[in-house]
Design a protein around this ligand. Sequence first.
Ligand code: URA
Length: 422
Amino acid sequence: FAATDVIAAKRDRKTLTDEQIDWVVDAYTRGVVADEQMSALAMAIFLNGMSRAEIARWTAAMIASGERMDFSSLSRPTADKHSTGGVGDKITLPLAPLVAACGVAVPQLSGRGLGHTGGTLDKLESIPGWRAALTNEEMLQQLDDVAAVICAAGSGLAPADKKLYALRDVTGTVECIPLIASSIMSKKIAEGTGALVLDVKTGSGAFMKAESDARELAETMVALGTDAGVHTVALLTEMGTPLGLTVGNALEVRESVEVLAGGGPADVVELTLALAREMLTAAGRGDVDPADALADGRAMDVWRRMIRAQDGDPDAPLPVAPATETITAADSGVLQRLDALSVGVAAWRLGAGRSRPGESVQATAGVELHAKPGDRVTAGQPLLTLHTETPERFGWAREALDGAWEIADAECDLRRVVIDRI
Ligand code: URA
């Protein structure tokens, strides 16, 4: 094969053959196909798409580029969750221990944030001592002992995706359904989970802003998982408004612990329970009601053991930002909307996120919400509190919030958290 022939085929809207796909993914992983050639192919795929069969083959080739994990020695069934990313999306933190408390092991390989969406590992790293990197043996041991683990994916899983994702990030080829679906699913299938629940977000704070795109992404990923023998379902969920009342690393850990203690914001509890029910059902434990394990403290118990197992101290106070600034409501009325993307960008500018892979993030930076759409507010009351270690960024964060909300003397139509199930 020649890389130029594969590129030209996709440029000319032809369907790539299985052999072309296997070769180009493998050759790229080995460095035989150059970055500029893969960039051209990624752009041709971005512009001309791939059929379901091509996406399935592309996914299989990315899985074959690395190792596959195997959890079949565990006594419990396994289930994992993947979210396409949102603002204030801390659901993995209460969800993994909750599902584990119900008898299903959760091997949750997570990532770091990039851009305006936060990463689960960045959030957990605000807990003093907590460690994201585990060996495969440590992960298996913890799944046996505690049943829940949230850690960084090792370098052995789908190395083709690691290389390709970094390339897409700098060549304007991220927002492409075939490439996103194969990227996510290659990692999840290689991870070896028995069941997978996808939280596909739609709205301003999501990757896929339009609901029709989110639906297509969800359907594509469910088909890929199902064909690979993983019991896969997807929930289509709302991301036009931030989830919960906190956006930022330590702030979101605090809110997650409130949920595990039986409290927390209603939308976070609702989505956590909805995803837990799907994971339990997909893993064959649909008879268990996760609400009981939240109410009686079993989920909190697993959380504490999970944090300790990775050298974190669940009793250590979380760090608090040295500087805060409060934004108040200018009018009285009902909060009509509070834009997720604007709040996400503000939190990012305050220091909660990074602009380049490898940059460090502030544990304490972020945005706290004092009202959510549908709430009645009074002129002068606090609406948002900005937190940061670098107060010179307050102005920059406020710019991101320009026009992010609307207060009016009218009822507002609230979108449901869970829009559909696929
Ligand atoms: N997350 C991934 O893992 N891959 C993508 O392509 C997009 C989001």
